[in-house]
Design a protein around this ligand. Structure first.
Ligand SMILES: *Cc1c(COP(=O)(O)O)cnc(C)c1O
Length: 358
């Protein structure tokens, strides 16, 4: 018998979310971001499914990009951090990858690359996130220098938003304005929009968008939004009740005895834990969905098991399915209980959880 824990992933739902991103930005090319194994969904399954519907893919490393090529992905692939070492450049050329350029060292390496390289570059401006990118005062000279290199075929002007998930935050318009001021006078494509920007802000016409999280059906916002209401749930993480016991008032549950029954309680044990990527820091009270209702987890999450309070569901049997997140319990709600973001729950899912696809 197999352990019942599994993630069911809907490829049509990912496609529908990609179509939503495209319909919100109808004049924009789209780079579907599939880094970190498609946010935990399995890049070699997800990317081929989107290949006919996106203009390009975005991922983090050469290794990830080559994995996509081997899976049959034909569209261009943007390396979101560019290359880490100039020794990667020949493979970048061979696999027709696009590269982000965010620092002088990379520019220097490009100038020394073979002159028949013909690379497409996304030149990243640090417009205020202060993580990667060329400083505004050096941006134009970097652009002009790159434009003069025979190795560079095309340059897209790129930046990334630090706070676009906070719709009242004035940092986003400030970053946008700095970007516009910095690139004034340059006629080149731009690429700014990530998921929160696509869903919640006015995307400039033609901007090459880079949706990630929204493809996987989660909202980047902390509040409901009319556009996120159209997202389709992609992943359903489920397991089963594998044990049930009755405990008296005053009995405690799990490692460290962190939860104590305040009434005679029926405690279910489910086959899921931090070894599957469910956060150990999920507090007692975090819901799971069982039968038609939400019940709380109780006590500490262990590596392979979690206890849940079934006192209100006395007819629960061993083998009953439990949805950990999915269509009946959103990943956003679980993330909010855990004081984290849906990205960490998706990417944290470990390899021992089988992914099934519809
Ligand atoms: C991850 C990433 C994205 C996608 O961001 P989401 O908020 O998940 O849509 C876009 N651009 C860059 C540079 C990224 O690293």
């Amino acid at each position: 018998m197999n352990r019942p824990t599994r993630a069911l992933i809907s490829l049509p739902a990912i496609l529908s979310n990609l179509c939503l991103a495209r319909s919100l930005t109808p004049r924009s090319p789209t780079i579907a971001v599939v880094k970190s194994d498609a946010y935990g969904h399995g890049a070699i399954r997800v990317a081929p499914h989107l290949d006919d519907y996106t203009d390009a893919f975005g991922t983090t490393s050469l290794k990830e990009a080559i994995t996509l090529r081997r899976a049959g992905v034909m569209k261009p692939i943007l390396l979101l951090e560019g290359f880490f070492n100039s020794s990667e450049i020949p493979l970048i050329v061979e696999h027709q990858l696009w590269i982000t350029v965010h620092c002088d060292e990379q520019i220097k390496s490009l100038a020394e690359a073979p002159t028949n390289s013909k690379l497409r570059v996304f030149l990243k401006l640090d417009s205020g996130m202060h993580r990667l990118g060329i400083a505004p005062e050096n941006y134009i000279s970097a652009y002009k220098y790159l434009s003069s290199l025979p190795q560079i075929e095309q340059i897209t002007l790129m930046s990334h938003f630090a706070c676009a998930d906070e719709l009242e935050n004035t940092i986003t318009p400030q970053q946008f304005q700095l970007f516009q001021e910095t690139i004034r006078g340059i006629d080149a494509p731009t690429s700014l929009a990530n998921s929160p920007f696509i869903l919640g802000w006015p995307v400039p016409s033609g901007d090459i968008t880079r949706p990630g999280l929204m493809l996987y059906g989660a909202s980047p916002f902390h509040r409901p939004h009319p556009n996120t209401a159209q997202l389709k749930t992609v992943m359903s993480l489920s397991t089963e009740v594998i044990a049930i016991r009755e405990i008296p008032t005053g009995a405690s549950v799990g490692y460290g005895h962190k939860w104590t029954a305040e009434r005679p309680s029926s405690i279910g044990t489910i086959a899921l834990g931090y070894g599957d990527g469910y956060p150990r820091y999920a507090p007692s009270g975090t819901p799971v969905f069982i039968h038609d209702t939400h019940v709380p987890i109780v006590g500490r999450v262990s590596m392979d098991l979690i206890s849940i309070d079934l006192t209100e569901l006395p007819n629960t049997k061993i083998g009953t399915e439990v949805e950990v997140f999915g269509p009946n319990l959103s990943i956003n709600e679980v993330a909010s209980w855990c004081d984290t973001i849906p990205h960490t729950l998706m990417t944290g899912l470990t390899s021992r959880v089988p992914r099934d696809y519809i």
